[in-house]
Design a binder for this molecule. Structure first.
Ligand SMILES: Cc1ncc(COP(=O)(O)O)c(C=O)c1O
Length: 350
């Protein structure tokens, strides 16, 4: 089967042109990135520029050690990638063969299906039931028995909830295949699967510096797993997909996580304020342990989204005929951005 294409969101420049506003007035509520500029990053990036005539060391040894130190693992349990996205694609390439089955609760992050299909595998979608889209634990555990790979996104994108530890444990125990736990939003919740890679040799845990660390543009993530799994991913990893500047930014971020912790604390605080304001507008807001909120807006969701985009506020919308057709997802941004969003929504929903 031909792999589906990833649907790219319109660029900030395109939205600004269409809305007739400068690009810096476009507010991305759709990317789940940090609204806070990483103020230490320019100095680090400038320092790294003098070495750009050379390739980065292809083994990314320093990055492995830094990620290992920050997670309490050893460097042979870490493999870095150009974002968690690259690692998701590499997991498919490393571990799935033609005809193999990979399972995921849906709706979920679309790259799991793309990775599976690109590897020639069969993607088995296990729908979460509306209205709350709770994780279909029994069905996933049952399907895990025959699966070669189970994708678990926790905290989950796009729903925002956490999959219970016991459920993930049960999926790991049920399958003879691998379980990939994507923790792209782990810092915003209180679930940490890092330590469990020590005891589970069929577990791969993904992390990114794109969300809580505020380095989405640098494109750095890492996978944590048993050294044999790390070696299998390394065997299909391109040699230099993370630039030296990105490596230096990641090293600085991992070495000094204080800004990340402040960002997470501020995000969690404004997440609940934004949830209250959206609820006050009559929208149903699903519980979130991430840096975004999924809201049930109703049958007008796409028209509401377009009215927001027209004024430079970009929510994440979903296929209208799909399970989240009546929902919009909003990234938690700054207080002024929230004021703009709430005023615009008041006008649309009037
Ligand atoms: C669940 C999930 N996994 C992975 C990614 C990609 O992360 P990265 O920027 O590290 O490629 C995202 C980005 O939105 C995500 O939501």
């Amino acid at each position: 089967m031909k792999a589906p294409k990833y649907q790219w969101q319109p660029t900030t420049a395109e939205i600004a042109t269409a809305a007739g506003i400068p690009p810096d007035q476009v507010e991305r509520f759709d990317h789940n990135t940090s609204p806070f500029p990483t103020d230490w990053a320019p100095a680090v990036a400038i320092r790294s520029l003098s070495g750009l005539n050379e390739y980065p060391g292809a083994d990314y040894r320093g990055l492995r050690v830094a990620a290992a130190d920050s997670s309490g693992l050893t460097s042979d349990q870490i493999v870095p990638g150009a974002g968690a996205d690259e690692l998701i694609l590499l997991c498919g390439r490393a571990f799935l063969e033609r005809g193999d089955t990979a399972v995921a609760a849906t709706p979920t992050y679309p790259l799991y299906e793309i990775s599976t299909l690109q590897a020639g595998g069969v993607f088995q979608s296990i729908p979460s039931a509306s209205p709350n889209f709770e994780f279909p634990a029994d069905e996933v555990i049952r399907s895990a028995r025959d699966a070669d790979l189970v994708w678990i996104c926790t905290p989950s994108n796009p729903i925002g909830n956490t999959v219970d530890d016991d459920v993930v444990e049960a999926a790991i125990a049920a399958t003879d295949g691998l379980v990939v736990v994507d923790g792209a939003y782990a810092e915003f919740g209180d679930q940490d699967w890092t330590e469990r890679v020590e005891s589970h040799h069929n577990l791969i845990v993904l992390r990114t510096l794109s969300k809580a660390y505020g380095l989405a543009g640098a494109r750095v993530g890492y996978a944590m797993a048993h050294p044999d799994l790390v070696a299998a991913i390394d065997a299909v990893r391109p040699p230099g997909s993370i630039s030296s500047t990105s490596v230096d930014l990641a090293l600085a971020a991992l070495d000094s996580p204080s800004q990340m912790r402040r960002t997470v604390a501020a995000t969690i605080e404004s997440r609940s304020e934004l949830a209250t304001r959206l609820t006050d507008l009559g929208l149903r807001v699903l519980p979130s342990t991430t840096n975004f909120l999924l809201c049930e807006v109703g049958p007008e969701s796409h028209s509401v989204a377009q009215q927001l985009i027209d004024v430079g506020l970009v929510p994440r919308k979903f296929p209208i005929d799909g399970p989240l057709g009546e929902h919009l997802r909003f990234t938690v941004r700054t207080a002024p951005a929230h004021d703009r969003l709430i005023s615009a929504l008041e006008r649309c929903l009037r």
